[in-house]
Design a protein around this ligand. Structure first.
Ligand SMILES: [Mg+2]
Length: 306
C-alpha cells in the first residue's frame, strides 16, 4: 500500500475515531450495537478537540517541520480554541492559554498546572499523529523529539510526553513499512515500548502486550490499564484496541466499547490502525460523513511528502 494511502488513513482514522466516539464519552461501557447504529446513521459527523488540535499541528508542521518555534504552535492552538471553544476541550489547555495571555511562555504555563507537575492527561497524545507522517519521523529519535516538543506546549508531565511519543512512533513505524499484518503491528508496538523510558506508560504497555500475547481480548487489556483521561491509561488502552483488530473500523469500534474517554481512545487507535491498514475496508459512505474530510486528506498527503 502506498505511503500516501497510509497517511490518509492516519488523519481520517483519527477523525473517524474522534467523531464516532464523541457521543459516548464518559460512559463506563458502550454496547457494540450502539456504536454500529451511529456508524450506520446519516448526516455530518463532527469531531472534537482531538482532531481540531491535530489539524492545527498538521498546518504548523508544514511551515515548521522541526517545531523550532513551539510558542508559535502554542499560539496556533490558542487561536483555534478561541475560534471554536465548543469542541469539547479539557480544562488544561484553556488554563495554559489564559496564563500565556498573562505573560508566561507556553512551557512555563503548562508546567505550572496541577501544582507544578504539569498535566499527565492524554491531550498531547490525542493530537500527535501528524508528527508520525513526516519522513523525518521514520527515525524514532526524531519522532520522539517532535512528539515531546509539541506535548510540552500544554502537557509537561513525563506520562503525557511518553504517551505522545508512543502514538507518534507507532504511526511513523507503521506508515513507512511495506508490510501489513498483525505481526508487523505487534513488532512496531514492541519496539516502541522498549525505547520508552521506564515509567507508567511503559509499564502498562508491557501489561497490554502480555494480555494480548496470552490470548486475552483487548477489552481485558484495556480494563487493566483503565480508560480515563490519564495518558498512562488511555494510550495503552488505544494500543490494546489496535493489537486486537484487523482494520480501522473494527479497531475504533472496539476502542469505543471500552468506555471512558471514548473519543480520544478511538482517535488514537484510529490513527494507528489507519497507518497499519489504510482505509480500504472503511465504507466510503462513512468517510463522506466526516467533517472536513477533504482538508484532512490534503494535509495527510502534504505531510507525508514533507
Ligand atoms: Mg475530544
Amino acid at each position: 500500500m502506498p505511503r500516501r494511502e497510509r497517511a490518509r488513513g492516519v488523519l481520517l482514522g483519527l477523525a473517524l475515531g474522534d467523531a464516532l466516539g464523541a457521543p459516548f464519552e464518559g460512559r463506563s461501557r458502550v454496547a457494540r450495537g450502539q456504536v454500529e447504529a451511529w456508524r450506520d446513521a446519516r448526516g455530518l459527523m463532527r469531531w472534537t478537540d482531538d482532531t481540531h488540535m491535530a489539524l492545527t499541528l498538521s498546518r504548523r508542521l508544514l511551515v515548521d517541520p522541526d517545531l523550532a518555534d513551539p510558542d508559535a504552535l502554542g499560539a496556533a492552538f490558542a487561536r483555534a480554541y478561541t475560534n471554536e471553544p465548543w469542541r469539547g476541550y479539557g480544562s488544561g489547555p484553556p488554563q495554559v492559554f489564559a496564563l500565556v495571555e498573562e505573560g508566561l511562555g507556553f512551557e512555563e504555563a503548562a508546567g505550572s498546572l496541577f501544582g507544578g507537575s504539569g498535566s499527565f492527561g492524554n491531550g498531547a497524545a490525542m493530537r500527535v499523529a501528524p508528527v508520525g507522517l513526516l519522513s523525518a519521523a521514520s527515525d524514532p529519535v526524531v519522532a520522539a523529539r517532535l512528539a515531546a516538543i509539541q506535548a510540552r506546549v500544554t502537557h509537561t508531565h513525563a506520562d503525557a510526553v511518553d504517551g505522545a511519543t508512543v502514538i507518534a512512533q507507532v504511526v511513523a513505524g507503521l506508515t513507512v513499512t511495506d508490510r501489513v499484518g498483525g505481526d508487523e503491528v505487534q513488532q512496531v508496538v514492541r519496539a516502541t515500548t522498549e525505547r520508552l523510558p521506564v515509567g507508567a506508560v511503559r509499564e502498562r504497555l508491557v501489561e497490554v502486550m502480555n494480555v494480548v500475547a496470552s490470548g486475552g481480548v483487548p477489552q481485558e487489556a484495556a480494563a487493566r490499564c483503565g480508560t480515563g483521561v490519564a495518558a498512562a491509561a488511555s494510550v495503552p488502552a488505544a494500543v490494546a484496541a489496535l493489537l486486537g483488530g484487523r482494520d480501522p473500523l473494527e479497531v475504533v469500534t472496539a476502542a469505543i466499547g471500552f468506555g471512558g474517554d471514548t473519543d480520544t481512545i478511538a482517535a488514537m487507535a484510529g490513527a494507528m490502525a489507519g497507518a497499519a491498514w489504510g482505509l480500504e475496508r472503511v465504507p466510503a459512505g462513512l468517510l463522506d460523513r466526516l467533517e472536513a474530510r477533504g482538508e484532512l486528506e490534503e494535509l495527510a498527503v502534504a505531510l507525508s511528502s514533507t
